[in-house]
Write a protein of this length. Structure first.
Length: 240
């Protein structure tokens, strides 16, 4: 269970950009279940500096590339939902099939929600139009960057943990921004290192959508309206 988390932590650690706990060992428990042993980091009293977090996260994205395309070495989870990480050469194909498409399929199977499934498929068919002019490279992503997975050590340096890593479009890292507390200082520092690509604002909600769909799958229909609102807005924008 913890293999994917350990591989993700080690991949981020090896970038020497932002502090993460170094994993030491994973294994199975004799009574069932599994374990992970990792470095202990003493957290400070504050959540750290937003500017430093943005800069160090961008440095990780800039330094950690993949020659295999988009995906990861193993499947992992986003919450308790399986996250499919099959290596794929094209980002739009990867995000369509293994992120939005997979979540929509689960929603259809679990809740019988054909309306959001059908509208989501229409969005997927037109999604490529949102990427005109953007240069995309596979960057190492934390994958689940919300406030509960962000802290700071005793020196005030940012720490990120509990990842759902894969190699993807760097903008996808902001998909949990609705509950991450990123402010203006974070984004300013980030974009000084990783410049904003054309169409960033148009794509922002596309990356929120993945996590809203996942929350629908995890916690139920309370997240349906947020996901459907994003889909409907894109269908109007793209005339789909």
């Amino acid at each position: 269970m913890f293999e994917g988390e350990a591989l993700g932590l080690k991949a981020m650690y090896d970038t020497k950009s932002i502090r993460v706990p170094l994993p030491y060992k994973v294994g199975s428990l004799p009574t069932g279940g599994s374990f992970i042993i990792m470095e202990f980091i003493q957290f400070g009293r504050s959540r750290g500096d937003q500017s430093a977090l943005g800069r160090k996260l961008a440095e990780m994205h800039k330094s950690a590339k993949s020659d295999k395309g988009y995906g990861f070495y193993v499947e992992n989870t986003i919450g308790s939902t399986p996250q499919i990480n099959t290596w794929t050469a094209d980002w739009i194909e990867f995000y369509s099939k293994h992120r939005l498409g997979y979540q929509l399929k689960l929603i259809s199977q679990r809740f019988g929600d054909s309306a959001i499934y059908e509208k989501g498929q229409r969005l997927i068919e037109k999604m490529h139009l949102l990427f005109d002019g953007a240069v995309i490279e596979p960057c190492l992503l934390h994958g689940d960057l919300w406030s509960g997975n962000i802290s700071a050590d005793a020196n005030g340096d940012p720490v990120i943990l509990d990842p759902a890593c894969y190699y993807g479009h760097n903008e996808a890292e902001f998909g949990m921004s609705w509950c991450a507390g990123f402010g203006g200082d974070f984004y300013s520092s980030y974009f000084e290192v990783m410049p904003k690509q054309p169409g960033f604002e148009k794509r922002r909600d596309l990356y929120l959508l993945y996590h809203y769909l996942n929350h629908y799958n995890l916690f139920g229909s309370g997240y349906r309206s947020s996901a459907m609102s994003i889909i409907d807005d894109y269908l109007r924008m793209l005339k789909a």
